[in-house]
Every structure is written in structure tokens, then in C-alpha cells.
Design a protein around this ligand. Sequence first.
Ligand SMILES: Cc1cc2nc3c(=O)[nH]c(=O)nc-3n(C[C@H](O)[C@H](O)[C@H](O)COP(=O)(O)O)c2cc1C
Length: 211
Amino acid sequence: MKKVKIIICLIALVVIGGLAFVIIKNINTEDKQTLDVSITDEQGKEAKLNLNSDKILVIYFSETGNTQKLAKLISDKVGGDFVRIETEKVYPEDYEKLVDDAKKEKDNNDRPKLKELNINLENYDIIFVGYPIWWYQMPMAMYTFFDNYDFANKTIIPFNTHEGSGSSGTYEDIQKLEPKAKVLEGLPIRGGDMTSDQSNKVDNWLKNLDI
Ligand SMILES: Cc1cc2nc3c(=O)[nH]c(=O)nc-3n(C[C@H](O)[C@H](O)[C@H](O)COP(=O)(O)O)c2cc1C
């Protein structure tokens, strides 16, 4: 009788353990957002809108894919070149660890090194620059980016994704970092909203930019 009880307990443990594993795995995969590997850098795209210049670059930093989606949407409308900013370091895949890591970077005023960007700013008049809000400001990688390039006499058009902080004063921060650039009104969109079509919002914003 004792043996039977032990066997029943063992079976129950295996079943419960298996169920818990499946549940945790599903939570993780459902929560995990990643960059879309099918969205790659592009060059010389035709614009779908009438713009004053065809020397256009859309460049973005994105870790969990929301800003990437927004950047692609904008780029497909304005044409030109499309480039992703990547850091040499790999950020943690685990969301909580990523949040901690980004906080440390911010507190230390770090400038994480960027992978070589294949761009020459002389080729562009208008540069759309996208990023997520991290700890109420731009990710430190964007500070490296603005340190590395001189945007004098260029038009910068920022856009960002966030989960409640809006643009968090980052458009003003960019103007301070690049005082000789003309920084136009940016577009903040909630990251969670990127699961639905944001085309109308982007179109209205672009229409009012006068570019
Ligand atoms: C490290 C970290 C810090 C964040 N800090 C903020 C914040 O201060 N305010 C906010 O509204 N959202 C914050 N978020 C949410 C992101 O801005 C939002 O999910 C964004 O869409 C992520 O963009 P991505 O998918 O392109 O990386 C933070 C996210 C991360 C990973």
C-alpha cells in the first residue's frame, strides 16, 4: 500500500511539474517581444509622399521591436535609406535584467559603443531618428549616436515609442545635443499600440511637418 502511495505521489509530481513548465514557457514566449529579423536596412527607396528633398534617412534604435515597426512604417512612406543603430554590447534578453542594465547605464552616464554605421550624413538633408524611452529619456546608445555625428544644418525629425512617458522631453534634449540642427516636432507612440495599424497617425504627423 505504501509503495502504491509513493508511485501515485511520483506520478502527480511529474504531471504537476510538466504543467508548470508548459505554463511558464507560454508566459515567457507570449511576453517576449523581439526585433523582426525580416526588417533589414534598405537603401534608396522611393518616397510615397511629395517631399521637398529626396536625401532622406530613417535611423532607429530598438530593443524589443516597437520602434523598429514604427521606423519601418515611416521609412516606407518617406523613402530614402533605412538603418538600424546597434550597440556592440548585447543587452540582456530578460526584460527585468534589461531594465536594470539600462538604469545602470543611465546612472553612470555611459556611452555604449555602437556597431559601425554605414552612413555618411553628407548624403542627407532630413534625418528621422527613432528610439524607445528608457528611464524617462533616450537610451544611452542614442547619446553615443549624437556624440558621434554632427547634425549642423540638418533637419532632425524624432519619433519614439514609450509606455506612458510620451516623448519625455527627448526632442528638446536632441536640440540641446545638436544646437545647429533644426529639430522638428516628433511623434510619440505607445509601444503597445504598434500591434495595430498606426498609418493614419503617421500620415497626419508627416502632413503637418512641412517637409
Ligand atoms: C530599460 C527600459 C526602460 C523603460 N523606461 C520607460 C520609461 O521611462 N517610460 C516609458 O513610458 N516607457 C519605458 N519603457 C518602455 C519602452 O519605452 C517601450 O516598451 C518601447 O516601446 C520599447 O521600444 P522597443 O520595442 O523599440 O525597444 C522602458 C523599457 C525598457 C526596456
